[in-house]
Write a protein that binds this ligand. Sequence first.
Ligand code: SDX
Length: 431
Amino acid sequence: MADTKRVARLELDGKTYELPVISPSVGPDVLDIRKLYGEAGVFTYDPGFTSTAACESTITYIDGDQGELLYRGYPIEQLAEKSHYLEVCYLLLNGELPDREQMETFERTVTRHTMVHEQMHNFFRGFRRDAHPMATMVGVVGAMSAFYHDSTDVTDPRQREVASFRLVAKLPTIAAMAYKYSIGQPFVYPRNDLGYAANFLHMCFAVPAEPYHVPPELATAMDRIMMLHADHEQNASTSTVRLAGSSGANPFACIAAGIACLWGPAHGGANQACLEMLRQIGSVERIPEFIARAKDKNDPFRLMGFGHRVYKNFDPRAKVMKQSADEVLDLLGIHNNPTLQVAKELERIALEDDYFVSKKLYPNVDFYSGIILEAMGFPTSMFTPIFALSRTVGWISQWKEMISDPSGRIGRPRQLYTGAPARDYVEVDNR
Ligand code: SDX
């Protein structure tokens, strides 16, 4: 909604251009530059999009200075304490918390879509056993469009809804299958008598040879991890999903694109990289050596799990995750975990160091999550797949918001071209 009373004025080459100011419900105002190129013949330049609002959204709000994260207006701290993942899924997808009947219907629908097409088991067999589970997930989720043809027409609201349910329901099954395949164990089918998080843990850790009882406290901790990762405004992977979706690509292809982007160590891959870094540090005594490396401009090393494009205060998710790490390790009787000790001491030292304080670098969501997941029994290669399955509902919610916008257009940024101007071809003997 443009605030017609307020405009920004751009002076350029003796001309003045008025840019309407649009006021949000919360957060910074935006300058509407949609007509700028047509009127002034210039582009704006913002690689990395540090100052660019790529869309209008009502789903998730982040205040980086306050360390605030809201899902449809509800603070993440309250949801982590009082809600559960499937209720957060309903909230993100529908905009409001469900009443009891709506929740039961939603949960029943998700539960009854957790199995994958039996033919997909063969699809897994094409991968090497030592393939990274993220490689498998990118391939298998993209291949869902080869199995579920009746939910790929993005112009049909009913098909969009079916695809959304299939993705929320099947991603844990696919992630668990990727894990089982990587360790040479048979796939474990989902069970409709288990909750969402418990079902995922059962599919990962049960074996046909004996019953597996999911410890309820671990299911609760996993459910909380999923809630903390569910959505996060216009991050790199969500922006990837939106851009892929803007071409009209089917939802499975769009989510596969999001998974591929999330894999990078600067993004969702940081949870694996962070735990590997903590292991490499190994002891509290070696922390100063790595702090020095992180500060050394000539050393590409960075503290993984630290820093964030938006949060210039504590990542509120990291606070909840840190508390959960203490609880889970205590529950599992893991005391004096060296990795957790290194993490806490590293955090303490870094937060007192001028370099990190001046650059406002704080632990992010990936700093503690790996410690919990490792304690649960997951290998580091499964950390980002768990992030991906948890974020799927956020990607879908953002995709649905974009695809149902009647004014939506294909995303097509321009560039600052500094290459060769037009020139004539030169025959090889004249070069
Ligand atoms: C996620 O966008 C999201 O919301 C993502 C996410 C989500 O939920 O979707 O929150 C999930 O991806 C969390 C981030 C996980 N990544 C990491 O932990 C990797 C380590 N962190 C960084 O590489 C970095 O902090 C980023 C990628 C997270 C943010 O990069 P920016 O915003 O582009 O910041 P930058 O690289 O320009 O750094 C600013 C300064 C630089 O120094 P100067 O050039 O100004 O001197 O801070 C330094 C950087 O060198 N810096 C770090 C650092 N992160 C930034 N120095 C040491 N260690 C770090 N971790």
